[in-house]
Design a protein around this ligand. Structure first.
Ligand code: DQA
Length: 146
């Protein structure tokens, strides 16, 4: 049976493609979903791909992932830098979690250098654009099925 992986995306990522292309590239969220589905097929992972602009919805989905999935890839977007609620939800879900960012947050403004998510993530990938999603799924598959 395929392992189930939730790929969750936070606020403003629905605007990818036109949002600050110099920072985030020109791929859309649809392109990222397609990539995740292709990688999922290669790695025999069942992908549940979602985006929301709402913090509480992300908390609900992380709880759901904890109940139903074997792993989580999350780009929490701006909530990375503000959300104790996401930190607590991921800690409680107790499934391997990879935090990802399209941009290299450490090469940007100081307020992006702190993450509430990193301490409860298995690992963090940032700065590789949409390839980061592929890397995150590959990393998770080695942890789920070493
Ligand atoms: C982001 C980086 C965050 O700092 C920012 O708020 C985002 C996107 C990224 O993917 O590079 O919305 O998570």
């Amino acid at each position: 049976m395929s392992a189930s992986i939730y790929v969750l995306n936070g606020p403003n990522l629905n605007r990818l493609g036109t949002r600050e292309p110099g920072t985030y590239g020109t791929s859309t969220l649809g392109d990222i979903e397609l990539l995740c589905r292709e990688v999922g097929e290669d790695l025999d992972l069942e992908i549940e791909f979602r985006q929301t602009n709402h913090e509480g919805t992300l908390v609900d989905w992380i709880q759901e992932a904890g109940d139903l999935a074997q792993g989580l890839v999350i780009n929490p977007a701006a909530y990375t830098h503000t959300s104790v609620a996401l930190h607590d939800a991921i800690r409680t879900a107790e499934i391997p979690t990879v935090e990802i960012h399209l941009s290299n947050v450490f090469a940007r403004e100081a307020f992006r250098h702190h993450s509430y998510v990193s301490p409860v993530a298995l690992g963090v990938i940032c700065g590789f654009g949409i390839t980061g999603y592929r890397l995150a799924l590959e990393a998770l598959s080695t942890v789920i099925r070493p």
